[in-house]
Design a protein around this ligand. Sequence first.
Ligand code: ATP
Length: 256
Amino acid sequence: MIQTHALNKTFGKLKALDNLSIDLQAGSAISLIGPNGSGKTTFLKCLLGMVIPDSGQILFQNKDIAKDYTYRSQIGYMPQIGRYPDNLTIRQLIEMMKDIRKGMYSQLDEELIHAFALESLFEKQMRTLSGGTRQKVSACLAFLFNPPVLILDEPTAGLDPLAAEILKEKIQHEKRKGKLILITSHIFSDLEELTTDVMYLMDGKVQFYKTLQELKAETREDKLSRILARVMSRESKDGQQLKPFTQSIHQQRVIM
Ligand SMILES: Nc1ncnc2c1ncn2[C@@H]1O[C@H](COP(=O)(O)OP(=O)(O)OP(=O)(O)O)[C@@H](O)[C@H]1O
């Protein structure tokens, strides 16, 4: 559904993305993990057209996104930190988004608005909201237009446990419909029941991109949080230990 070819992005001298060639298939729920500053958000923003790569190509349903920005209407994006016009109320913000997207969606999905009981806060201005409530608004907007692709950047960060559970259930529900879900999180337990594939980024490079089944077999661990903890501690301790993982990077999903 989405392919990147030799994607590079630098900020000054820093190489944020280093030659990323990746195939993201519909129906997968891909956990994008890696240490702080490894390039996860930069990668997601490139897919969204919010960061322009220095070189390389991104195809969305086989079309180059640099030549056709309309693909964006097929992606729901939940940013790490949502920035919205301060003086708008939640109601006005949602109405504004519906206006902008007019004619570009077939069906609204207001399930999360109801689940978070956001209607009771509809007349509140964005600038008065707590961090967690802003996150809820971001989540509602990401799912509102029922997009086939969801890009969720640390979606549960700042949410209370009940809201985090509601959101995780919603993500599961959308996954079962066969959507492509890309999710970053430092809270591995949040990824536990959701993940079909894991992509590990470090210093802007893909260290591995594997199915959960492959990782379970390699680590002989069953829980994703244990698998990821093992893999991440190996990689931070000793670059040599990466070999068993990086050697098999030549899989069809990582385009060499
Ligand atoms: N607009 C920018 N200008 C300069 N440097 C940037 C910019 N955006 C990102 N970077 C740098 O690029 C690198 C990758 O950042 P990015 O936000 O993609 O990392 P991340 O993996 O999402 O990190 P985290 O886990 O902390 O969210 C970092 O070193 C960051 O400081």
